[in-house]
Design a protein around this ligand. Structure first.
Ligand code: FES
Length: 176
C-alpha cells in the first residue's frame, strides 16, 4: 500500500478501487475521496492510475507507438474536460514563432476518436492530422509580396468579403 494523497490520507488501493467502480476522472476521484483537493501534488499520479486502467486509451496509445512523422510527436489523451470525455490524438511539434521569432511548442488541433474505430481508421486519422498540419504550415509560410496570402487564421468576415471578389479572363484585373 502506498500513499497517493498525503494531504487527504488516501492510498493507492483506495484510488484503484474507485477507478474500478467507475470513478474514472480526476474530478470524480476528488468528489469520492477528497484526494487531490488540497495541494494538488498527487493529481498527476491519480491521472496515471486512471490512464493505466483505461483499456481503450491504452489500445490507441499502442497503435500510436507505430506512427511517426518527422519532428512531430503524437499525443493521445482522453478529454476529461467534459463528462465521458472522448479520446483524441494531437500532433505536437517545436518551431519558431513567425511573430516573436522564438522557438516554442505548438499543439495542432485535436482529432477526436470514436471508441469503435478500427486500427486502420485511427492510423488514417493521424495521417489526416499530419496532412492538415503540413497545409497549415504552408499557409503560414507562403508569401506574396510579403503578405501571408493564405493565412490560416484569416477571419470568417474577411474571407466572406474576399470571396465576393473574383477575377476572370474577361476581367483579369482587380477593380481597386
Ligand atoms: S497530496 Fe493530494 S492534495 Fe496534496
Amino acid at each position: 500500500m502506498t500513499y497517493v494523497c498525503i494531504c487527504e490520507d488516501v492510498n493507492d488501493s483506495e484510488i484503484s478501487r474507485l477507478i474500478k467502480e467507475g470513478f474514472n476522472t480526476v474530478d470524480k476521484i476528488k468528489d469520492a475521496s477528497y484526494a487531490g483537493t488540497e495541494c494538488g501534488a498527487c493529481i498527476e499520479v491519480i491521472m496515471d492510475m486512471i490512464d493505466k486502467n483505461d483499456k481503450q486509451l491504452q489500445r490507441v496509445r499502442k497503435i500510436a507507438e507505430g506512427i511517426s512523422y518527422p519532428n512531430y510527436r503524437l499525443r493521445i489523451e482522453r478529454d476529461n474536460a467534459s463528462p465521458g470525455g472522448r479520446i483524441f490524438l494531437q500532433w505536437v511539434f517545436d518551431d519558431v514563432c513567425i511573430v516573436t521569432g522564438k522557438m516554442k511548442e505548438w499543439h495542432c488541433r485535436k482529432w477526436y476518436l470514436s471508441d469503435f474505430m478500427l486500427d486502420s481508421e485511427i492510423v488514417k486519422t493521424a495521417f489526416a492530422g499530419a496532412m492538415a498540419s503540413a497545409e497549415h504550415q504552408c499557409r503560414e509560410k507562403f508569401r506574396y509580396n510579403e503578405v501571408r496570402l493564405f493565412n490560416p487564421h484569416t477571419s470568417l468576415k474577411a474571407l466572406m468579403e474576399a470571396s465576393a471578389r473574383e477575377t476572370t479572363r474577361d476581367n483579369p484585373v482587380d477593380e481597386d
